[in-house]
Design a protein. Structure first.
Length: 309
């Protein structure tokens, strides 16, 4: 069985408040869905921050609805958890729940797994630092105990059960400053830990959890707190087909991202660099995003404006 693991989509986010950048996100999300269909996945898991804002604009809502409808027509179920960007501080009903109620997607729960064939999927919504103990660590222990005591955990209709846990939390093992929990805190008994929150692609098998795979696919495009840089973005195709070995995950790059360039140069080199940029821009389907830092003692703003206009 193959599943697609997509995270931190942030639909509705517009870098620099540009409509083009908002539409870029819609394009790469659509690309990730289309590639998942092409790979013949049997399910898709969205691990939080589906929207950039708990009250997203209409375009973001419509885009998600269209992609979920496309997947439903292909009989590919979609499961999701919430990230902090999906959750309102006013305790309003999260908008992604609408798609659960409409039957276009299914929200994951920590104590009642979703089942597809011989796969069980559990999930926790984002828990803030102030609620880590009660919201995660205590429930983790209960969940681990429940799985260990489940007499039918090893087979469904004669097949070995695979189990996935979906979380939107930062692991301190990868970033001690942004981390909220550690691999040693995760409940045992799962074959794959589908993570969201970190915008970089990270995956590792941890001995603390029986050498199981923990993976962040990363975001589909640069986020609001990420510097302009020419980094690759994508999602994961997770292979659960081997009953005797650990789960494997292949990272899939999204190709429709707008090129982003971060460059420094001396003021005297500007004219030549502008020629290079014009040539590069003509080869790109979309105009690149540029963060240019100039060094020099005598920079004339009028000449600079003329060179870059």
């Amino acid at each position: 069985m193959l599943i697609s693991h997509i995270s931190d989509i942030h639909l509705g986010y517009a870098q620099f408040n540009l409509q083009e950048r908002e539409e870029d996100l819609y394009e790469v999300f659509e690309e990730s869905v289309d590639k998942s269909i092409q790979e013949h996945v049997e399910a898709i898991i969205l691990t939080g921050d589906i929207f950039h804002n708990p009250k997203p604009n209409g375009a973001a809502i419509i885009k998600l609805a269209r992609e979920l409808k496309k997947l439903k027509e292909k009989s590919i179920p979609v499961y999701f958890i919430l990230g902090e960007h999906d959750i309102s501080r006013t305790n309003d009903v999260p908008l992604p729940f609408l798609f659960h109620n409409l039957g276009l997607a299914k929200r994951l729960k920590p104590d009642s797994p979703a089942q597809i064939k011989d796969l069980l999927i559990y999930g926790f919504n984002k828990q803030r630092r102030s609620n880590i103990d009660n919201g995660l660590l205590v429930p983790f222990k209960k969940l681990e105990k429940m799985i260990k005591s489940d007499e039918g955990r090893k087979s469904i209709e004669g097949k070995k059960v695979k189990k996935i846990l979906a979380l939107h939390q930062g692991l301190g093992d990868f970033n001690k400053f942004a981390g909220e929990i550690y691999a040693r805190d995760l409940p045992l008994g799962f074959d794959y830990y589908a993570m969201g929150h970190y915008h970089d692609h990270i995956q590792k098998n941890f001995p603390e959890i029986e050498n199981r795979l923990v993976a962040y696919p990363g975001s589909l495009d640069l986020g609001h707190n990420e510097p302009i840089s020419d980094v690759e973005k994508g999602f994961l195709i997770v292979d659960l087909s081997n009953t005797d070995e650990n789960v494997t995950a292949q990272w899939i790059k999204v190709e429709k991202r707008r090129l982003q360039i971060n460059h420094s140069l001396d003021y005297e080199e500007l004219a030549e660099y502008v020629k290079y940029l014009l040539d590069l821009s003509n080869k790109c389907q979309k105009k690149p995003v540029l963060d240019l830092k100039l060094k020099g003692a005598k920079i004339d703003p009028k000449i600079l404006s003329g060179e870059l206009s």
